[in-house]
Design a protein around this ligand. Structure first.
Ligand code: ADP
Length: 262
């Protein structure tokens, strides 16, 4: 399949201030390249601080790169006009780590899911209400949930709401940044199963950021393994799990509970 997302030689250098007027450069993302074919999932995995979130922020166009290019559906996203950026934000949606990453505690669930539709001027209040009900159904939540607030829901339910909100604008790609990391293993599996179903139904493409290779095995087709800003190895999930090339990847694999049983 054609890649929907193409990341080429992506680099991010941060200026870090050290005391009086002293500056240091820190390369958080170092010459990273990967492609995600339409309708598939690529995981970016690595230890904390390896540059995963920085990649997600650049793909979401929330952070500028220092060098390199990001193409989405054949178009470079680095220098989009305001109008095109608005459209890009509709096509590519984020889901962040719970708790409170994605949901405003002061917003009802209805307002949470309806907001992107309203901002993008889609429908009238009656049609938006209908759409919110449909979205709740898609994430297996009762329609009455719309009257509740985030703090009345469990972590897994909140992530379902975050998914419903992300789906409201019918995106093509979802960037999940540690989206299931705060959930216990059983709930994690349920949310991953939902994401998998939605992918099959809607042909969604996922960029999945996680520190957890157990999550990668459940959700991803391809993996990039990151260490200190660099990709140390990349390939299909089967390749990485069956025959990891680097000690770094082997250590990550050994950190999975019950790894010896795999
Ligand atoms: P990960 O998501 O893999 O945990 P991050 O992408 O969040 O890693 O961070 C990678 C590195 O870049 C870390 O060492 C972090 O401290 C550094 N970093 C991230 N954002 C900034 C920033 N705005 N300024 C300076 N350093 C940053």
């Amino acid at each position: 399949a054609e890649p929907l997302l193409k990341v080429s030689n992506l680099t991010k250098v941060f200026d870090i201030r050290k005391g009086f007027g002293k500056k240091e450069k820190f390369t958080a993302v170092d010459n990273v390249s990967f492609e995600i074919p339409k309708g598939t999932t690529t995981a970016v995995v690595g230890e904390s601080g390896s540059g995963k979130s920085t990649i997600a922020q650049m793909v979401l166009n929330l952070l500028d790169s220092t060098s390199g290019e990001i193409h989405f559906d054949g178009e470079q996203i680095g220098n989009l006009s305001e109008k095109k950026l608005f459209k890009y934000r509709r096509r590519v949606q984020p889901i962040f780590q719970d708790p409170y990453g994605s949901l405003d505690p002061m917003y009802s669930i209805y307002r949470t899911i309806e907001e992107p539709l309203r901002i993008h001027g889609i429908g009238n209040s009656a049609s938006r209400q209908k759409k919110v009900k449909e979205l709740l159904e898609q994430v297996s939540m009762p329609a009455a949930t719309m009257h509740r607030f985030p703090n009345e829901l469990s972590g897994g339910q909140r992530q379902r709401i975050a998914i419903a909100r992300a789906l409201a604008l019918q995106p093509e790609m979802i960037v999940c940044d540690e989206a299931v990391s705060a959930l216990d293993v059983l709930v994690q599996a349920q949310v991953l199963e939902l994401l998998d179903e939605l992918q099959r139904e809607m042909g969604l493409t996922y960029l999945f950021i996680t520190h957890d290779l157990a999550v990668v095995r459940q959700i991803a087709d391809d993996v990039c393994v990151m260490e200190r800003g660099k990709i140390v190895e990349q390939g299909s999930v089967d390749e990485i799990f069956d025959a990891p090339k680097s000690d770094y990847t082997r250590n990550l694999l050994n950190a999975i509970p019950g790894a010896s049983l795999i």
